[in-house]
Each structure stands twice: as structure tokens, then as C-alpha cells.
Ligand binder design. Structure first.
Ligand code: SAH
Ligand code: SF4
Length: 383
């Protein structure tokens, strides 16, 4: 067997490299490894992310020889779409199966002036926040970078909105689906870099948001590698209450988290940036006027806007959704204290457009559909 053929055959025996999740730098390294110039990475990046191509044969600006080589060594493989649901209000949800059989979900929410995609970072979550269905399902595994960016790839393809940029339907991405993004640091950063890269999705860093429940050491690391928008899931104005709702608070209490968020902002070149503070309002738990006043005092030194999220009940949880009166009173106290306050509205009711509410551990079809029916009852609010 000629040497070259022998080399290729032995590589075929190994697993193919999935180019979908490779950041621009890793793609350059991949091409260098097979003796190709860096501009090949740019070409392939555009084919994959701007034209939605997953077949090397269609990459017409690559030589036939290189296309054949790529077919032998690599693949472009997105996770499998099990189902796509369309709401009458334009919200779209995908149920996506990842390797190993677990399912995640991704939600697209169109608004007047933007289209936001809510992306998952893990199958399940280990942080066990008491009001979160994903947390209650436990942790299964981290998503790969290909599985994370694959959600954007799938959504963009479904709207046929990959190129040109001006017509893109997806203008914003929020890492607010299933999982804690900072606990899957490297894969999330690689995927976010693709969201931002001009030869991939070209989104502005202001329009890519990472939401965290407060993994402080990783939040400090995040500022070393990116300056995407930051959202922190606070949900309580004092440690005693937050310890109950967000257990990681026992390890990294509120003051530590706010300091870290402040440091993150301070490192940004652009001085007008703000952190989004997410506050899920749960009836008679954290929704009283005194909580609002305490929150207003707490946030004084952090440039922020506050996003109030009415709690979304799900089966097996004792908490209840905030009443409209309590929600309005809470919002008004913050508003009068000078904060920018937004309230997340419910979208996609009819398709249960719950962001990140699917179980990661279900592997058999029966359990999965049973769990899925359960999830149909839950609506996690995103905006
Ligand atoms: N793990 C990250 C991102 C995923 S959760 C985080 O916690 O920030 C995205 C947002 O949805 C978080 O602010 C989370 O607190 C909120 N959330 C979780 N469960 C919810 C529920 N049942 N109702 C309303 N919001 C919920
Ligand atoms: Fe995990 Fe976020 Fe849910 Fe907490 S709210 S359990 S961190 S996904």
C-alpha cells in the first residue's frame, strides 16, 4: 500500500475530527497538522457557519484532493434534531438528541427588534437550584463545543438565515438553556468565539450573553478570554435566602459574586457596559417589598439592569409563581430607586417553549417521551 494511503487508512480507524466545534484557532491548527495553509481554515469556517454546509463535496473552492482528504479525516456533524415546534407567536423550539441519547432543547424567541436564541451548555446541571427543573434532573455531562455551536447552526439553518448577515434572524444568543456555562468553560468559550467570529456568525459581543449562577473563580477566568455580556442569576438580596435558592451561594456568597462581576465589567474596554441581574420571583419567598428594597440597596455599586423573571412552576416543586400585584410592586420599588428593570414575558406557551428544561439522563424512548410530556407542562420564561 502506498505510504500516503496507509497513513489515511490508519487515521480512518481513529475517530474523525468534528470540524463543527473547532474555533478559528483550532481549525488553523487542524489544517497545519495536515500540511495545509491557514486560509483553508477561513474558507472552511465560512462554508460551515455562514453557508450551513456539512458536506465537503460542496466546498467548491477547495481542491478535489483536499476535499477527499477532509472526508477521510474529518466530519461536520451537528447533533440530531428530534423535533421542531413552532408557536403561533413565532417562538420556535428544537428538541435535540446528543451523543449518548440524552436530549437538550434550544429556543428561539423573536421580538420586534431582535431574535434571541437560548442555548444549552450541559445535559442537566449539578448546581441544584431549588426552583430549577434542570437542576432537579441532576448532571449528566458537558456538551461538546460542536453540540453547543451546533444549536446555533441548526437554528440558523432552519431560518435559512446564515448569509448575508443583514438578513439574519438570530441577532442575539443567551447561554441560558440547560446547564451552568461556566462549569463547561472551554467548550462554551470555543462556541462563543464562533458566535462572535466574523467568518462564522459575526454576532456583536454585546449580543452574546453568558448567564451564571455564580461560579466565581471561573467568572474571574472569563474576563481573561472574552468580554461578552454577563448575566448573573441572583434571585435573592441576602445570603440567608440565596443559600436556600442557589446552593452554590454557600461557597461563593453574594458579596464575592458581585465583586467578581464588577471586576469583569472593569476589564471591559467599553465603559458603558452593564451586568444583567436575573431575579426569579417566587411567591412569598423572595417577592416581598422588603426584598426589593434590600436588592435596590445591594446593587448600588454595580452598573446593572435588573431582569425580573416570574417563576415558572413545574411538577414536583412546591414554589408558586409570583402574583401580578407583587410583581408590579417589586418592579416599581426598583424603578423608583433608579434601576432599569425589565420583566420577562412568557413566550411560546402553546409549544411549552421551556429553555433547558429537558432531562439529560433519559436514554430510552419511553422514558424520554414520558419525561417530555411532563416538560410540556413547564414553561421557563426567557426574554
Ligand atoms: N445556569 C445558568 C444559566 C441557565 S438558567 C444560570 O443559572 O444562570 C437561565 C435562567 O433561568 C437563570 O436565571 C435561572 O435562574 C432561570 N430559571 C431557572 N429555573 C427557572 C424557573 N423555574 N422559572 C423561572 N426562571 C428560572
Ligand atoms: Fe443550574 Fe442555572 Fe438551573 Fe441553577 S438555575 S440548577 S445553575 S441551570
Amino acid at each position: 500500500m502506498p505510504v500516503e494511503q496507509a497513513e489515511i487508512s490508519s487515521r480512518v480507524a481513529e475517530e474523525k475530527v468534528n470540524l463543527l466545534g473547532l474555533s478559528a484557532e483550532k481549525l488553523v491548527a487542524f489544517f497545519a497538522g495536515i500540511g495545509e495553509k491557514p486560509f483553508r481554515a477561513t474558507q472552511v469556517l465560512k462554508w460551515i457557519h455562514q453557508f450551513g454546509v456539512d458536506d465537503f463535496a460542496q466546498m467548491t473552492n477547495l481542491s478535489k484532493g483536499l476535499r477527499n482528504k477532509l472526508r477521510e479525516l474529518a466530519e461536520i456533524r451537528a447533533p440530531e434534531v428530534v423535533n421542531q415546534f413552532d408557536s403561533t407567536d413565532g417562538t420556535r423550539k428544537w428538541l435535540i438528541r446528543v451523543d449518548g441519547g440524552s436530549c437538550i432543547e434550544t429556543v428561539f424567541i423573536p421580538e420586534r427588534d431582535r431574535g434571541t436564541l437560548c442555548v444549552s451548555s450541559q445535559v442537566g446541571c449539578s448546581l441544584d437550584c431549588s426552583f430549577c427543573a434542570t437542576g432537579k434532573q441532576g448532571f449528566n455531562r458537558d456538551l461538546t463545543a460542536a453540540e453547543i455551536i451546533g444549536q446555533v447552526w441548526i437554528a440558523a439553518k432552519s431560518f435559512d438565515s446564515l448569509s448575508p448577515k443583514a438578513d439574519r434572524v438570530i441577532s442575539n444568543v443567551v447561554m441560558m438553556g440547560m446547564g451552568e456555562p461556566l462549569l463547561n468553560f472551554n467548550n462554551v468559550v470555543d462556541a462563543m468565539n464562533l458566535m462572535l467570529h466574523d467568518c462564522a456568525y459575526g454576532l456583536s459581543k454585546r449580543r452574546v450573553t453568558l448567564s451564571t449562577s455564580g461560579v466565581v473563580p471561573q467568572l474571574d477566568r472569563l474576563g481573561d478570554v472574552t468580554d461578552v455580556s454577563l448575566a448573573i442569576s441572583l434571585h435573592a438580596p441576602n445570603d440567608a435566602l440565596r443559600d436556600q435558592l442557589v446552593p452554590i451561594n454557600k461557597k461563593y456568597p453574594i458579596a464575592t459574586l458581585l465583586d467578581s462581576a464588577r471586576r469583569y465589567l472593569e476589564r471591559m474596554p467599553d465603559t458603558h457596559r452593564k451586568v444583567t441581574v436575573e431575579y426569579t420571583l417566587i411567591s412569598n419567598i423572595n417577592d416581598r417589598p422588603e426584598h426589593a428594597r434590600e436588592l435596590a440597596a445591594l446593587m448600588r455599586d454595580l452598573p446593572c439592569k435588573i431582569n425580573l423573571i416570574p417563576f415558572n412552576p413545574f411538577s414536583g416543586v412546591a414554589y408558586q409563581r409570583v402574583s401580578n400585584n407583587a410583581l408590579n410592586a417589586f418592579r416599581d420599588i426598583l424603578y423608583k430607586a433608579g434601576y432599569t428593570v425589565t420583566v420577562r414575558t412568557t413566550r411560546g406557551d402553546d409549544i411549552a417553549a421551556a429553555c433547558g428544561q429537558l432531562s439529560g439522563e433519559v436514554n430510552d424512548r419511553t422514558k424520554r417521551s414520558q419525561r417530555y410530556r411532563e416538560q410540556q407542562q413547564t414553561i421557563k420564561l426567557i426574554g
